[in-house]
Write a protein that binds this ligand. Sequence first.
Ligand code: C2E
Ligand code: MG
Ligand code: MG
Ligand code: MG
Length: 278
Amino acid sequence: AAKRDGRGTFRFFAEDMNVALRRRRAMETDLRQALARGEFELYYQPQVNLSTGALTGVEALLRWNHPERGFVTPDNFIPLAEEIGLLPQIGAWVLREACANAQRWKDMTIAVNVSAHQIHAGGFETLVARALAESGLPASRLEIEITEGVLLTQTEATIGTLEQIRALGVSIAMDDFGTGYSSLGYLQRFRFDKLKIDRSFIASLGTDPSASAIVDAVLGITRALGVRANAEGVETEEQARMLCERGCNEAQGWLFGRPVPASQIDTLLADRITAAAE
Ligand code: C2E
Ligand code: MG
Ligand code: MG
Ligand code: MG
């Protein structure tokens, strides 16, 4: 009986793996066609000045509108896209699309996420320069977000690329600050324009004393270095108040607005102009 169970179990796993493999292959095929079929869409999340509450910019967040699965979020397809070498194309589309939309949102900055693969692939600075030229978006309104992982390998070359991008007038933000594997040493080698405090620290603000200690420490670093700070994932008034008290100048999160399609940012800005005129 044990033998039969054993074989049964093995067959069960084998079938399971087949299903997983087939699903992955299907996903791969779909992903290869997604760009041509226009299934990608950028959503935009508001970024606000914490002391005035004013909308200062938006972060572009990629969505895949899959014909059967519905909206797929980036964590569920970007790793696969990287693996099969599609990210450079998708990333180039993201940059062009984000710059083209942001061009009409006067005085607003646009933050675009970029992964290690995109930067290490080479020619990234050319892509940025082209997206700016084609859209007419002033470089000062574009911000590139990278994570600590980007600096883990090919550090010298990466810093070189970031410096070239910054020479165009674009700002560079460190995303998910405090969650990567790198040391603080890179802050000395490259001067970021902004550090984005990871959502995990903000989530436990007010409940876990170590979270506020960490947030204080990060804000201490940003002040000492003259770098801007952004708190990610602010969901409650309490978190916003604590951040404001600590001198954090910018935030984003569900409290201020979820990621929305470009048309809703248009509406938001039109309302703002109407309100100012009244
Ligand atoms: P990220 O850049 O750190 O983006 C913040 C994530 O937190 C987004 O998830 C956003 O929807 C979510 N979020 C924002 N406010 C709140 C909040 O108050 N509470 C909670 N619980 N979540 C909040 P999303 O859109 O699923 O994106 C996940 C990650 O995928 C991003 O993390 C970014 O690293 C990556 N990503 C997104 N778009 C792109 C892209 O165009 N290119 C590349 N390479 N990566 C992208
Ligand atoms: Mg980001
Ligand atoms: Mg983040
Ligand atoms: Mg992230």
